[in-house]
Design a protein around this ligand. Structure first.
Ligand code: AMP
Ligand code: ZN
Length: 456
């Protein structure tokens, strides 16, 4: 069976085949860390976490999700708080990982930070200057859009039309309105790095091009992000990387999630209608939020309301209710496979509504069956599907006891895993496990005698 993915560049669903047999490279544009993630920001993180899980069943996957930790909004937040930039970024990187962990998002394989890749960005900009795709003007370096004939292909924009419709006011150092910044100068009060063009900082787009190459190679299999990133961010990444790599394909599949809205209005910081993940997980189990985010197909818009959450909660009640009274022998649980129909749905451009419908049809079968062995097998299949989707992660009794209250054994086991992750210096994983505990109302404290925990 073939995996199908919808590619924004081709504008259709096409068979997926990685460049190197058996291996997949995947890059997701991650957060700009100057405040807490809202539930719209969580949508790409959850959706593409699921895609990585689905691909990992078949391939060795290297999944990179970057952190944009140099940005004018970060500078503004730092100035407003009277703190150094790092105080802001460190705090919100940690918060992001905790919040996504609470939604069952696994740590990516690589989490590159822009500030640690400035040399790579400078090197790429130098290549673009040498090849005549960029120019220097007033301590800025700009990408010369007219030097790349395919510019506009991803977002299906015609450059001439864009020029005609361009705003009249263009920064004086630009040759053309759509030329974009690769490097810009920094005043002494702003973060900056020495470069051949003076002390400055990178533009946003070059960050991802440089980090994707560094960690995944010149041609990556999948490049993902929210729909709003198609233009200009991904269009510009595509132009830069293709020109810096002498025409080599940059990303073989471009995937974009639809927008999350609230009362039919886009959820965004500037509109002030955001629901922060951090606030929501205080009262709603992470599994409920995750399932609500996966309830619509990822390319469709998703309108968020109390009803979205309620319906996800009811679905989990039904699923936990079906498996509640069934003792699945550990051996059967371990051996259980995800049902083919669930996999087929997920491998068909991540059709989560269909996958959930398939899980529910197993539930109905289970409820109808009177054969205890058959019931155990069905429950084991449902649990295996839950592991893949990232739901049904707690014991059914606990779900109904307190929708998230963990048993001491489970708490201990998660703490052990976290300590192992910390010993291996895998702090992203450690943070994720701490968040998982926090989402179930368990707080932990590291001390000289080990880790203590308590409820609440
Ligand atoms: P930002 O931190 O604003 O750069 O956004 C991080 C990610 O969240 C990007 O992939 C955006 O496309 C995505 N995103 C932001 N707002 C929404 C929304 N309302 N619905 C879905 N995705 C969003
Ligand atoms: Zn990006």
């Amino acid at each position: 069976m073939t995996i199908y993915l919808h590619d924004t560049l081709k504008g259709e669903k096409i068979p997926f085949e990685p460049l190197t047999p058996g291996r997949v490279t995947m890059y997701l544009c991650g957060p700009t860390v100057y405040n807490y993630a809202h539930i719209g920001n969580a949508r790409p993180a959850v959706v593409f976490d699921l895609l990585a899980r689905v691909l990992r069943r078949r391939y060795h996957v290297t999944f990179a999700r970057n952190i944009t930790d140099v940005d004018d909004k970060i500078n503004a937040a730092a100035a407003a708080a009277g703190k150094p930039i790092e105080a802001i970024t460190e705090r919100f990187i940690r918060a992001y990982n905790e919040d996504m962990g609470a939604l069952g998002v696994r740590a990516p394989d690589v989490e590159p930070r822009a500030t640690r890749h400035v040399d790579d960005m400078i090197a790429m900009i130098e290549i673009l200057l040498d090849s005549g795709h960029a120019y220097v003007a007033e301590a800025h370096v700009l990408f010369d859009v007219s030097a790349y004939k395919d510019y506009g292909q991803l977002s299906r924009r015609d450059l001439r039309e864009m020029m005609a419709g361009a705003r009249v006011e263009v920064a004086p150092y630009k040759r053309a309105a759509h030329d974009f910044v690769l490097w810009k100068p920094s005043t002494p009060d702003l973060p900056g790095w020495e470069s051949p063009w003076g002390r400055g900082r990178p533009g946003w787009h070059i960050e991802c091009s440089a980090m994707a190459e560094k960690h995944l190679g010149r041609t990556i299999d999948i490049h993902a992000g929210g729909q709003d990133l198609v233009f200009p961010h991904h269009e510009n990444e595509l132009a830069q990387s293709t020109c810096a790599h002498k025409g080599a394909v940059f990303a073989r599949y471009w995937l974009h999630n639809g927008f999350l809205s609230i009362d039919d209005t886009k959820m965004s910081k500037s509109l002030g209608n955001v629901v922060l993940v951090r606030d929501l997980v205080k009262t709603v189990p992470g599994e409920v939020i995750r399932l609500a985010l996966l309830g619509a197909h990822y390319r469709q818009p998703l309108d968020w309301s109390d009803e979205t959450l309620e319906s996800a909660r009811r679905m989990l009640d039904r699923l936990y209710g079906a498996i509640r009274a069934i003792e699945v022998p550990p051996d059967l649980r371990r051996r259980a496979e995800v049902p083919d129909a669930v996999i087929a749905a997920l491998e068909d451009d991540l059709n989560t509504p269909k996958a959930m419908a398939e899980i529910f049809s197993l539930t109905r079968e289970l409820n109808r069956s009177s054969d205890p062995i058959q019931k155990q097998k069905l429950a084991a299949s449902i649990l295996a599907a839950g592991d893949l989707v990232g739901i049904l992660q707690i014991d059914a009794e606990e779900w109904f006891a307190g929708e998230g209250a963990m048993l001491p054994d489970e708490v201990e086991s998660l703490i052990e895993q976290r300590n192992a992750a910390r010993a291996a210096r895998d702090f992203a994983k450690a943070d994720q496990l701490r968040a998982q505990l926090a989402a179930s109302g368990i707080s932990i404290e590291d001390g000289p005698d080990g880790t203590r925990w308590r409820r609440g």
